[in-house]
Design a protein around this ligand. Structure first.
Ligand code: ZN
Ligand code: ZN
Length: 458
């Protein structure tokens, strides 16, 4: 067995089938290349779990397909087997994931990549679909249909879905030849890139299953146990790409991989500027937060946020380094100031602030380029964290009051207190954004009470 396969199939604890007999691996010496196994009847089978990353070593070709770009070139694939899943033979139910401590595997091969425009991502997030689940499902479906386009087997292919790839400057789905050096499969698929994407869409669209099955978006080889997977999101992503609207800028892929963020002697992270066509000035961003006049309870629930009214809104402007104050009467000014920014940053801004503001104006707030940090965190963790929690764990800052307090101040006419409280929230939101931008992670406390990092890619 080759080295690569041995990591996946004969790690310690793996159940290995050989000539109809079941063996359990008792020793895996990856340095010497020795495996020991005991014949044993067990009621479970094992599936390795792995994490992967890729670097574009050399772009050899690229083509615009409807609303996006597909690239082709040499890739370096780095893979690590992190553990394995034990599943009951009878029901395929997982009976636990066991961790493994194995070195990384690395190889170079040919592959193609489908870039996912930010506008598509924004739309998916706005529709409250799972973006990572969507690109992951797209990857599986694309690999699944490749044997229909080129003479190959899905076992000869690999895939990686990345919500942010530093070289493409956006999310991308990579599909590569499984053998070092490449076998020409991805080259052939790339040469038919438009058909390739259309067929992938068709297979997802025509499958009658509800939320994904082995015929469309599930893969028996998935390194993360087919999670997260969002079939509807994959369908929507492909639909938006194939509609071909909304052109946007595409990074030049440098043949040399980007240097990662490096730490200098005093521990300060150096800023890495990613090439973004047409932008050679610092990003002009705004950080927004609002306070409302009425509580969710008073208006009949959070879904009626558009009835809550605004007591004050604060916008931090990165260009002037100032906090602007707005009252409900100043909506037009706020809208024109928001429109000046390249990016609006907030915490739960899409789910809440924009909804409240939409109740006061016909302006389409959702059309603003927006970074909602809660969505990024939720996407990675699968659950939400409060601004207060993240600020406390990441920045060591505690909240001075809460939203209910602000409602009380509104009732008492204490406008100054509301404004200074809202300003404080904007400052914390901005600092959290800047911390994530520099360090590429935020800190939170997990359910076991440990401080852990959540990677962020803004
Ligand atoms: Zn299906
Ligand atoms: Zn997968």
């Amino acid at each position: 067995m080759d080295r690569h396969r041995s990591y996946f199939e004969t790690h310690e604890g793996a159940v290995y089938l050989h000539r109809g007999l079941t063996y359990v691996i008792t020793r895996f010496d990856h340095e010497k290349g020795v495996v020991e196994a005991t014949q044993k009847q067990v009621n479970y089978y094992t599936r390795a779990r792995s994490s992967k990353s890729t670097t574009i070593i050399k772009q050899m070709d690229s083509i615009m397909v409807k609303g996006t770009r597909v690239g082709f070139g040499m890739l370096k694939i780095t893979e690590q087997v992190t553990g394995y899943d034990r599943k009951l033979v009878s029901s395929q139910k997982s009976i636990g994931v066991m961790p493994l401590d194995l070195p990384e595997l690395e190889f170079e091969t040919q592959g193609l990549w489908i870039e996912i425009p930010d506008t598509v991502r924004d739309e998916i997030e706005y529709e409250r679909m799972h973006f990572m689940g969507g690109i992951h499902a797209l990857e599986h479906a694309a690999i699944g249909i490749m044997p229909l386009l080129v003479m190959t087997d899905r076992n000869d292919l690999g895939g990686i879905s990345i919500p942010f790839h530093p070289q493409t400057g956006k999310a991308a789905v990579f599909i590569y030849d499984g053998a070092p050096g490449g076998l020409g499969f991805c080259r052939q698929a790339f040469d038919n890139a438009a058909v390739f994407l259309e067929r992938t869409f068709e297979v997802i669209d025509s499958c009658t299953c509800k939320s994904g099955c082995p015929c469309c978006v599930h893969s028996p080889k998935c390194g993360s146990g087919n999670r997260p997977i969002d079939k509807a999101s994959a369908k929507k992503i492909l639909e938006l790409i194939l509609e071909g609207k909304k052109p946007e800028t595409f990074n030049t892929i440098y043949e040399k991989p980007q240097e990662p963020v490096t730490q200098d002697a005093v521990g300060q992270a150096q800023t890495v500027y990613l090439p973004e066509a047409g932008i050679d000035r610092p990003l002009h961003y705004g950080v927004l937060d609002i306070e409302t006049r009425r509580s969710a309870q008073e208006v009949g629930g959070w879904h009626k946020a558009d009835k809550m009214g605004v007591s004050c809104a604060i916008l931090y402007d990165s260009k002037t380094d100032c906090y602007q104050e707005y009252l409900q009467e100043d909506m037009d000014q706020l809208i024109s100031d928001l429109a000046q920014c390249d990016l609006i940053i907030g915490f739960n801004i899409i789910g809440f602030d924009y909804k409240v503001l939409s109740g006061l104006s016909d302006f389409d707030f959702y059309a603003l380029p927006t970074l909602d940090m809660i969505i990024k965190v939720h996407e990675y963790l699968g659950y939400r964290l409060s601004l207060d929690h993240l600020a406390q764990q990441t920045l060591g800052e505690k909240k001075t009051a809460d939203g209910l307090m602000a409602l009380e101040w509104w009732a008492q006419g204490e406008m100054d207190k509301i404004i200074s409280y809202c300003k404080q929230d904007v400052k914390v939101t901005r600092d959290l954004y800047l911390y994530g931008k520099t360090h590429r992670f935020l800190v939170f406390k997990n359910k076991a009470g440990q401080q852990v990092r959540v990677p962020v890619d803004w």
